[in-house]
Design a protein around this ligand. Sequence first.
Ligand SMILES: NC(=O)c1ccc[n+]([C@@H]2O[C@H](COP(=O)([O-])OP(=O)(O)OC[C@H]3O[C@@H](n4cnc5c(N)ncnc54)[C@H](OP(=O)(O)O)[C@@H]3O)[C@@H](O)[C@H]2O)c1
Length: 438
Amino acid sequence: MSKQRIAVGLCGLGTVGSGVVTLFERHGAALATRCGCPVELTHIGARRDRPDCDTSGYNVSRDIFAVVADPEIDIIVELIGGTTTAYDLVAQALEAGKHVVTANKALMASRGNELAALAEQKGVALRFEAAVAGGIPVIKTLRESLAANAIDSIAGIINGTGNFILTEMAKAGRAFEDVLSEAQALGYAEADPTFDIDGTDAAHKLVILATLAFGIPLDIDGPFTEGINSVAPEDLHFAEELGYVIKHLGIAQRVGGQVDLRVHPTLIPRDKQIATVDGVLNTVMVRSDAVGELVLVGPGAGALPTASAVCGDVTDIAQHVARGTTDARPVLGLPTQALQSLPRVSRDDVQSEWYLRMVVSDQPGAMADITRLLGNEGISIESLIQRPPKSGAKEVSVVIITDRASGSGIQRAVDAIEQLEALAGSITMLRVEAFEGS
Ligand SMILES: NC(=O)c1ccc[n+]([C@@H]2O[C@H](COP(=O)([O-])OP(=O)(O)OC[C@H]3O[C@@H](n4cnc5c(N)ncnc54)[C@H](OP(=O)(O)O)[C@@H]3O)[C@@H](O)[C@H]2O)c1
């Protein structure tokens, strides 16, 4: 049955929620033209008012579940974050036959399989474009535009806060804490930035991308995850000296019949396209059989870019609702029953070049010992920096880029080197990705 007017309910009036209110006010008329009938934000669920967001023209409920219970509402927009109340809210909305749009990657990565199955069972839409890379339309690209491709790999900078922090530390020499505070003030960082920093947020997004790319169920425990907190300012400086930049990457690739999923700081040659994506920008590079290489770049966080993705999903659904047609597209690209698990590549087996930084006593024979222990694992040195001691100092910083080695091979070599008497402290290890052909 076609509709004369589509009513949208918004739950959560934070950074993104207030951005959605702004975009409805700015572009509501254009959305109505696209959909063929008015698409109106009518009911907002917010525990408190926001001084920067005028909600006087809306029905406002302090209880977000009142929005779901509102019989007028066709589309619920979930922007509260978290995985407990948000799950209950989305599940209740789907159960009630309402379409749902969410920006919640934690919810999708952890409980998206159940929610997608519920949406399919109820014949309603569940859309989540804003959950990955903010304003970049990567979900639609993978789910729809690249449907006739076999995807080999995805590599991306998919956490704007992490990229903003690493960029400012590397280019402006600023301290980590100082840049993090600015990221929070600008609305890039989550309220609790732990997940931005320890890599969990990027891992959630990678899980979603891998499902769309490889047709596997969402598996929140799938990726090996390391955060930007393992990068020290001196690593950024040494990387630059060696011709690299350090980016926090999410990588998903097929290796034979297996899938390799990992999130970690990575050295990238500075002339590669992905290395030039700075600040809060995100990028996703997709390699597939028909298209070849596709690179998407854009704002990965912030009120309006994220709200733009939310409103795009709302419009998409509203166009179906307005015509009384069913949007039968599977939530996760394939019907949930067709998703098939693939074994994970062990991180021990993943091959890459490696960056090693260590502090060594300035004594004869130390470098020869390090070279020998790497050689015992068949690993040779591609580049080396040995920073001479400051006058009077007895220790030198040694930085090595190795040739390709497996995770287990380099770990054995590092464990052996750390046993040397000349070594002071532990060795910093970071992967290097060459991105041949990009
Ligand atoms: N910020 C970004 O750039 C960005 C980008 C992509 C995706 N996202 C995702 O978008 C979602 C929203 O993020 P955000 O940055 O807008 O978060 P936020 O600024 O912290 O806003 C969350 C809002 O939800 C409200 N809320 C939380 N629990 C509630 C509850 N039980 N009942 C009523 N209201 C509740 C909060 O109210 P109180 O103020 O009362 O706590 C707050 O207004 C998250 O899933 C996030 O991961 C954000």
